[in-house]
Write a protein that binds this ligand. Sequence first.
Ligand code: GAP
Length: 514
Amino acid sequence: MAQKEDVFKKIVSHAKEYGFVFPSSEIYDGLGAVYDYGQNGVELKNNIKRYWWESMTLLHENIVGIDSAIFMHPTIWKASGHVDAFNDPLIDNKDSKKRYRADVLIEDEIAKIEEKIDKEVAKAAKRFGDSFDEAMFRQTNGRVLEHQQKRDVLHSRYEKAMNDNDLKELRQIIEDYAIVDPISGTRNWTDVRQFNLMFKTQMGSSADATMDVYLRPETAQGIFVNFLNVQKTGRMRLPFGIAQIGKAFRNEIVARQFIFRMREFEQMEMQFFVRPGEELNYFEMWKETRMKWHKALGMGDEKYRYHDHEKLAHYANAATDIEFQMPFGFKEVEGIHSRTNFDLSQHEKFSGKKIQYFDPELNESYTPYVIETSIGVDRMFLSVLCSSYEEQQLEGGDTRVVLHLPKALAPVKCAILPLVKKDGMPEKAREIMDMLKFDFACQYEEKDSVGKRYRRQDAIGTPFCITIDGQTVEDNTVTLRDRDTMQQERVAISELPRIIGEACSLNNLLKKLV
Ligand code: GAP
């Protein structure tokens, strides 16, 4: 575990050192859980967004995009339930003055008990070797059963308190289980209070005409309130979807793990509107479609899993997360939710406007049901970064850090490197750059030894390095070095667009999805 945490720290500093992600406002000591994307980060992020956008809008005739405003009428958030229920239970430690989510403190306590069980199992597995029967051991070992019972009692108390929104009971659990603040080590806690995660600001210039507005905590509501606009102007017939990419804001109490949980982040959401009664079939379809999208990147099928929700929000009739194996465990990257007709009905109620679809085949009007796919761009970025990062020991005692980014997502597709700055090589290199730059993100580099330049390109995940040497000037061939294998081959300049295109094109990635 400690080793994985070390790797994660290295990834965070690598992201900064190589222009992927910087802490926001760094010269003013940063701003909690807000980050800026650097010159390589923005390219990787844009490529992720393009992959998602094109997979939605090009590959589905019945999905169109929109770009709605971040500010929306405040009643939208009343209708959606965010004003009343988008809360986290918070608690402060009076000694450290640190603020925590009460639910996270209790979940950490449950995880500690589970770790104890796992340790017992691991110890026994070592002792018994091949003859070890894990299931039997878990059912019969005294110490395991004791821990398990403690865990189950705590879990059911916790679950009930959360379901009942019982803040007093959450406080009591923290008291009963002697949960201490990890910083001060004390149990000097305040009461548990609800904390709304939406950022509020004022709109309007004169004091008496201002209105409280919120920074949107999800992009989805911009889609719901535009349902009729898009359906009517696009003459859309059910089933159809509306996709959107945009910023969302949440005043997270505990912002942890780099860009995993941020206060300003970006979402890629798609609402798919269907006939009532058909939603669960489409839910299954979107579960599969979205998993295929992730796996097509080739980062390792075993790194993904579904986490089906047992407890559903009152308006949902199915929900699952796609989780990715981060260095700190399997974590949610995307949510797929069957949200019934809740949102459209709520907006109908609160706005007083009829939001219905006339189905020409059934010759009747109704409120469509919705399947939502919702993925965080930043979490996707983090999963790509974490799974790509490798520190490699090379023959001869040398090491390199390489990002094995999916080639279609790499910020730079090829580096163009004249071996030396003379003998016509820079000029030839510029010619190649001028030929390739319209199709591929290229980087021209002539400083330092070619070995050092290769390492810099490996560190930002550039799939190909093209080296221009003495022979190039004579016969129009170059060496083409592959990032992952480090193999070099001599190829004709005229072959470069085909070779790089085949390996790096987004189209080839999209073709895997159909
Ligand atoms: N419209 C549904 C919705 O917003 P969600 O599960 O709250 O659902 C969807 O969020 C996705 O947005 C998550 O799976 C995650 O990838 C991303 N996300 C949510 N909160 C985030 C945060 N604080 N920082 C970064 N990404 C976040």
